[in-house]
Design a protein around this ligand. Structure first.
Ligand code: DQA
Length: 142
């Protein structure tokens, strides 16, 4: 059984409510329920925090034992050297995910501190970005 951790950063607790034109109408909890049903052979754990240090603690907790991490660090993607340092310390592969296509948006979203230390990046497919990241981690293990 593969163990995958999904980590969502700041403001992603508001999915379904926050800027629906960009992020859609679905809450992460209901998306996650569907995702878990579609992948009964994968253990998918979920953690969300608005606090940078809590994201780092979770990365350190799972990042040496899990098979993969799907990380949407929200705005910390564009600001956080501390998250980059955390990700680069881990042995578990991390896939950086964004719901929106950050390259179609403001210039400050075009830079990521995380991309250079992640296994890969998926962005712009709405919530499906998470499923694509999961597929990538699963096929990487085969
Ligand atoms: C986001 C894109 C970030 O620029 C933004 O700060 C977010 C969400 C996305 O999933 O599209 O909070 O990571």
């Amino acid at each position: 059984m593969l163990k995958i951790q999904i980590i969502n950063g700041p403001n992603l607790n508001l999915l379904g409510v926050r800027e629906p034109g960009i992020y859609g109408n679905t809450s992460f909890e209901s998306y996650l329920e569907e995702l878990r049903k579609s992948y009964p052979d994968v253990t998918i754990d979920y953690f969300q925090s608005n606090v940078e240090g809590m994201l780092i603690d979770k990365l350190q907790e799972v990042g040496f034992s899990y098979d993969g991490i799907i990380l949407n660090a929200g705005a910390y993607t564009h600001t956080s050297v501390a998250l980059q340092d955390a990700v680069r310390s881990l042995t578990t592969p991390v896939v950086e995910v964004h719901i929106s296509n950050v390259f179609q948006r403001e210039a400050f979203r075009h830079h990521s501190f995380l991309s250079p230390v992640c296994k890969g990046v998926i962005c712009g497919f709405g919530m499906t970005s998470y499923r694509l990241a999961l597929e990538a981690l699963i096929s990487d293990k085969k």
